[in-house]
Write a protein of this length. Structure first.
Length: 82
């Protein structure tokens, strides 16, 4: 299973969404598919699953609004650039 699929599965389970409702490029917060409680769970999941630490100032749309953004953010974190 790819990293994108892992994140998508978590989001679908967390927000009770069907497979067709969310893709790697779906805007999760701007389209109001996730709320602040889901965000808290998502951050904890990403930190545990990908062994990263997300700082409060990194919790922005550019890093977390889509799965594609999350994957790029995780890659930057792992490379030490974020």
């Amino acid at each position: 299973m790819s990293d994108a699929d892992t994140i998508l599965d978590f989001i679908r389970d967390e927000a009770d969404l069907d497979e067709g409702e969310v893709t790697a490029d779906t805007s999760l917060f701007r389209d109001q598919l996730l709320d602040s409680m889901n965000l808290t769970a998502l951050i904890a999941f990403l930190e545990e699953e990908f062994a990263i630490r997300i700082k409060p100032m990194e919790i922005v749309y550019e890093n977390l609004d889509t799965v594609s953004h999350m994957l790029a953010f995780i890659a930057r974190k792992r490379a030490g650039d974020a």
